[in-house]
Write a protein that binds this ligand. Structure first.
Ligand code: LR7
Ligand code: MN
Length: 615
């Protein structure tokens, strides 16, 4: 599904001769009077872009077209845009192409104004401007992109310009990480555009440089080769001059008042790194769903070194009198945050050995905490982000990029705890390059230990070393070659746990038996409530009311009596289940996990727990 190399389909310019009633002048994209702006164009880029396309008569007509009533335009106030069920074959193809290229509904985005309005997601508490310093530092906003859809990229930039006090924005630095779709972006005009989009589309026929020519704050940097988002961010940082740097993904929408509460925290203490609440922009309808302050989550991670969301812990709630106050977060999601530029430099920015995607979010989180800073989520600040279900762009071939980044991270920052990650990848670190300068950085900064970080900043994290057993769970029936195997993927919750030949590579066969009787994988636990044996969010309390928070979903309150409580009977090798009193077994047709009446003579009910130590 790689987007690269797909010849763009050239669409015809739709007729522009059907003027609607002139309601207001077209929003002229807040163009500023100044003409100065810097463009960094690599020589080969220039050659391939073929110079400036000229403005044709058609385009001028489009530009003069009247604007529709804003309230009636699709997607205004963050409302969802739903396409008809019945579509012409051409339209369907355009919709499908948009999905293929972006992993979100580009067609719908193209229908929506790049200046669309959003609901104001803030609590009343946040709107009291006396809460914020009146001497806020300026920020540069760095947005890196690789093959981002035009309307989405422009909407990101306009949402910054339209909803930030101009005096707080130094520059907006757009870093093009060697997009190879640029030809498509600059030449093709979608036939399905809403009329605001039509006006825009005229702009889209030109280069980004032309589009932003009259915006003195916007600077465009073209990377000379594909660097991946981490080195692209470092490239952008070289052009930053303001005291604060703010990073955003290229498919975001900043909501009203997003910036002041972030900058305020840095104004008070330059070692505070801050993230907005990340609202969800739906990948299908582009609806902007905002999270009110009672639903704010903080960041964590699991031993696979994947980022995860959690409800604000009780210990943290106790520090506050209002849910609108900034909360400490063990980690950040990675894409959206503000940081004092000098502090970022002092922390050694990012590990430039990180390729394409991943790992940098945990690196910056760990070292912020370990090297004297604080990481917060600021409930008054809201920025939407299009969450997608797959990555639409090309990664490197032949290398496991994410693993390499994660190993570098573990080697430098995690001390002895790195072993828990290595167990998850079958103890095969692969070639992760040289990390000696990163180790030196940690040494020079005199950062605290990873144990300090876990004990003080993320005490909720389950430590595999505290487990009674960890590793594979092998059945002794049928030749003893079958292991308990987790459904994979982020959406593995509530799915039946499977069986697979034991492979000794960790991964989906890595389990932990906790002292409290859970059989866990990170935050998911083996759970049986009368039907299948499934994975379910660990609730850690035997039969109390507990809240379970899934990825991006709301936290639900459950009453769960002993469904996640297991005992390993060392003598008979049985896994006995709490609420049902049954034992875990493989069924007689060898294809399914079942719960049976316990019978110590049945081999199918016997299991070997790796590294079992009951002492
Ligand atoms: O090679 C690349 N070059 C790029 O410039 C690959 C990507 N990019 C750009 C891309 O266009 C986008 O703007 O980098 C940005 C991030 O890429 P996405 O949107 O594909 O990533 P994501 O949103 O799935 O990933 C999250 O984790 C990443 C780990 O490296 C980054 O930290 C992203 O910034 C981060 N996004 C967020 O934090 C938004 C909230 C998501 C959550 C949870
Ligand atoms: Mn993103």
């Amino acid at each position: 599904l790689a987007v690269n190399g797909n010849a763009p389909q050239e669409a015809d310019v739709p007729p522009t001769s059907k003027p609607r009633s002139r309601v207001k002048a077209l929003p002229r994209l807040n163009a500023e009077e100044s003409v100065h702006h810097n463009v960094v164009v690599q020589p080969e880029e220039k050659a391939s872009s073929g110079g400036k396309p000229e403005v044709k008569e058609d385009d001028k007509n489009v530009l003069d077209a009247p604007a529709p009533n804003l309230e009636e335009s699709p997607g205004e106030l963050g409302k969802p845009v739903v396409l008809p069920k019945q579509m012409s074959p051409e339209m369907k193809k355009a919709v499908d192409d948009g999905w293929t290229k972006n992993a979100f509904n580009q067609y719908v985005s193209d229908l929506i104004s790049v200046h669309r309005t959003l609901p104001d997601p803030r609590d009343a508490w946040c709107k009291d401007s006396a809460r914020y310093s009146n001497d806020l530092p300026k920020t540069d906003v760095i947005i890196c992109f690789h093959n981002e859809a035009w309307s989405v990229l422009l909407r990101t930039v306009h949402s910054v310009l339209d909803r930030s006090p101009s005096e707080l924005i130094g520059k907006i630095i757009l870093v093009d990480d060697y997009s190879d779709m640029r030809k498509y972006q600059s030449s093709s005009l979608p036939t399905h555009c809403h009329s605001i989009c039509l006006a825009l589309a005229a702009h889209l026929k030109k280069q980004l440089e032309d589009y932003f020519a009259s915006y003195s704050k916007v600077e465009i940097v073209r990377g000379p080769q594909r660097e991946g988002l981490i080195r692209a961010r470092l490239l952008g940082a070289k052009y930053a001059k303001s005291p604060v740097i703010t990073y955003l993904d290229s498919h975001c929408e900043c909501a009203e008042g997003w910036l002041e509460p972030l900058l305020d925290r840095i104004a008070r203490n330059s070692t505070t790194v801050v993230c907005p609440v990340i609202d969800v922009i739906d990948d299908t309808t582009l609806e902007f769903h905002y999270r009110d302050s009672s639903g704010v989550n903080v960041g964590g991670f699991d031993w696979n070194l994947q980022f995860s969301w959690h409800a604000v812990p009780e210990r943290e709630k106790k520090r506050h009198s209002s849910t609108s106050e900034p909360v400490y977060s063990p980690t950040m999601a990675g894409g959206l945050f503000s940081i004092d530029r000098k502090f970022f430099e002092r922390l050694g920015t990012y590990d430039s050995g990180f390729d394409i995607w991943g790992g940098e979010n945990l690196e910056l989180s760990f070292k912020t905490w370990m090297c004297g800073g604080t990481l917060e989520i600021v409930p008054c600040s809201h920025v939407g982000h299009i969450f997608r279900k797959r990555s639409p762009y090309k990664w490197r071939t032949g290398v496991n990029v994410l693993k390499k980044n994660s190993v570098r991270l573990a080697e430098v920052w995690m001390d002895d705890y790195s072993k828990y990650y290595y167990q998850r990848i079958g103890n095969d670190k692969g070639d992760f390059g040289d990390v000696s300068d990163r180790l030196k950085l940690r040494e020079d900064l005199q950062c605290k230990s990873f144990k300090w970080y876990l004990d003080n900043i993320y005490p909720e994290l389950f430590i595999p070393g505290d487990a009674v057993a960890n590793g594979e769970i092998r059945n002794l029936g049928y030749g003893g070659r079958t292991c308990l195997d987790s459904p994979s993927g982020r959406r593995n919750l509530k799915k039946a746990v499977g069986l697979y030949p034991c492979h000794k590579q960790g991964g989906n066969q890595y389990w932990m038996l906790s002292k409290t009787g859970e059989i866990r994988r990170d935050t998911a636990c083996l759970d049986y409530a009368g039907k299948d044996v499934i994975l379910f969010g660990c609730h850690g309390s035997k039969g109390n009311q507990v809240s379970v928070c899934g990825l991006l979903t709301v936290c639900l309150i459950y009453f769960v009596p002993f469904v996640q409580f297991w005992t390993y009977r060392e003598g008979t090798k049985q896994l006995h289940h709490g609420s049902s009193g049954k034992c875990l077994a493989i069924n007689q047709s060898k294809d399914k996990l079942v719960m049976e009446e316990c019978d110590s003579g049945v081999l199918r009910q016997q299991w070997l727990m790796e590294n079992y130590d009951s002492s």
